[in-house]
Design a protein around this ligand. Structure first.
Ligand code: ATP
Length: 504
């Protein structure tokens, strides 16, 4: 950030807009940059007026127009930091005050020639059309390991704790990555209050809450295990082969960082389950992006949302970023210039270029049910390392899924006739098998009996699987997958009387 600020100030950019929740970090960076360049620094806020940071002199200027008007009187080579100035730049309900817009535009030339720079620091970006060309926007990066290390050291010192070093510090730093400095400080302080020490688990819990507040991402702390996934052996083997791929040994060996995986398939067949289990197997945090939420109503909001998602994912890296139902967010991209002013297409473009160029260890798992809605650019070779097709489970897989879910409900699978149950639930998805077990449990409970094969068998008989009502959809998905995806299981496709041939 310091380097960027230095360059913009030296290049006489008149107005720089920084979006951040971390005012103090910006202020200290800006102070360091100004000291280094020999510039003066003045800070303004509606509550405190204008303060000359170098001399400590304060001016009682509350009105934003008065502050702007006072800038030409300030010495050359002065940076003026305007806190929360977004509040005066209009929003979707009301345009910018024309006097403020005109004053800033009039100021621009003076600012350039007098080497003065306005730095707007605000948590939200509000860029009125009138000023779009005059303002350069910088997104404040989340703090890195050294910034957060300083926060940890500060808390250790003020709490009188013994120094934290080595692996312990690294683990604590991992848990802090993705938080702002003040969020990290709060989480660490809370940990101290709760357990009289600094616990990575408590910080991770607070991080999950902080990320959830942003409404775009969710962090899963205990996402499950690959043992919870019945079948899908080819997919599991592929994932296990890459579990150490972000480590230093893999790098030394010359392996490229894995980019990501696209899982396409029928609903309820375990795509989400696999995404969660991958993060658990790799011992990496899982971030889930709800693709539909990326799209905001305001101009540029969707692109900004994507940038925020990328920022958090890169800060939390190494991690797994799961983009659930990717088709829902991006389906409009091909026709979007006519339907949404090109927003989906732009978001897709930004996402694809990030996926291709990313150097951070973020493994993207995208899941999709409807391939017809997937933009062709996403499927082009090189975007994902692999595309897997997740079909209905084979008989053998159904047996395994029955075993997993009976076991999960505290029953011994050996006491059940899994072979006949697996035969009976032909064409069922994993989710439908699970529901049949639950329905069987309700029936057993109602009749005051312990759960038996017959209860599950009855529930299976009463279920009409989705596969029966969506034959055409399934068959076209299988046709699509034949040439474009690898089967996630080596024994797939017997269900609808059709054998899928694995691609070589
Ligand atoms: P959707 O596309 O509708 O989100 P999905 O393919 O992501 O479906 P999941 O959400 O993973 O399906 O499956 C729903 C639930 O069904 C899982 O939480 C799990 O309990 C059960 N299930 C599905 N497939 C399997 C499987 N292969 N092994 C064990 N459980 C499974």
């Amino acid at each position: 950030m310091k380097e960027k600020l230095t360059n913009y100030i030296r290049a006489a950019y008149p107005v720089v807009y920084i979006t951040t929740f971390e005012e103090p970090r910006i202020e200290s960076d800006l102070k360091a940059v100004c000291d280094n360049l020999g510039y003066g620094l003045r800070c303004w806020s509606i509550t405190e007026g204008l303060l000359d940071v170098t001399t400590g002199a304060a001016q009682d200027l509350q009105d934003p127009i008065d502050v702007l008007a006072s800038i030409p009187e300030m010495p050359e080579k002065t940076v003026v930091l305007l806190r929360d100035f977004h509040a005066f730049l209009g929003d979707e309900t009301q345009p910018i005050n024309p006097l403020i817009a005109r004053t800033i535009r009039d100021l621009v030339r003076t600012l350039k020639t007098r080497q003065q720079c306005l730095v707007i620091c605000a948590p939200l970006l509000r860029l009125p059309d009138e000023l779009e060309r005059e303002i350069v926007v910088i997104e404040h990066e989340l703090p890195g390991r050294s910034d957060l290390g300083a926060v940890i050291d500060g808390i250790v010192e003020s709490a009188g704790l013994p120094m934290i070093v080595g692996d312990e510090k690294e683990r604590l730093l991992d848990s802090c990555m993705g938080l702002t400095t003040s969020e990290a400080e709060n989480a660490l302080a809370l940990s101290f209050v709760e357990v009289a020490g600094l616990s990575p688990a408590i910080v991770a819990r607070q991080k999950a809450e902080a990320v959830r507040k942003g409404q775009l991402l969710e962090i899963y702390e205990n996402p499950g295990s690959l043992d919870d996934v019945g079948g899908l052996d080819a997919l599991k083997a592929w994932l296990l082969q890459r579990q150490d791929a972000f480590g230093s040994r893999a790098k030394e060996f010359g392996l490229p960082s894995p980019k990501g995986l696209l899982m396409v398939g029928l609903p309820g067949c375990g795509k989400s389950l696999c995404a969660k289990a991958t993060a658990a197997a790799w011992e990496r945090p899982l971030l889930r992006l709800d693709c539909g939420r990326l799209f905001g109503g305001l101009v540029g909001e969707s692109e900004r949302n994507l940038r925020r998602v990328i920022q958090v994912a890169e800060a939390v890296a190494p991690c797994v970023l799961w983009i659930d139902e990717i088709e829902k967010g991006l389906s409009g991209s091909s026709s979007s210039s006519s339907t949404d002013g090109g927003t989906s297409a732009r978001v897709l473009g930004s996402m694809l270029s990030w996926m291709e160029e990313k150097t951070a260890a973020v493994f993207v798992i995208a899941t999709a049910n409807d391939v017809s809605a997937l933009p062709p650019e996403l499927l082009r070779k090189g975007r994902f390392d692999e595309t897997f097709f997740v079909d209905l489970p084979s008989e053998e897989e159904r047996q395994k899924i029955l075993e997993i879910h009976i076991n999960k409900r505290g029953r011994d699978p050996k006491l059940f006739d899994l072979v006949s149950l697996a035969k009976a639930c032909d064409q069922f998805s994993g989710a439908e098998i699970e529901s049949a077990i639950v329905a069987g449990m309700f029936a057993a409970f109602e009749s005051g009996q312990e759960l038996e094969t017959s209860h599950v068998g009855e529930a299976i008989k009463e279920t009409v699987p989705l596969a029966q009502t969506a034959r055409e959809k399934i068959s076209s998905l299988r046709d699509w997958a034949k040439t474009r995806a690898r089967p996630a299981a080596t024994l797939v496709g017997k269900s609808l009387g059709r054998k899928l041939e694995p691609l070589s």
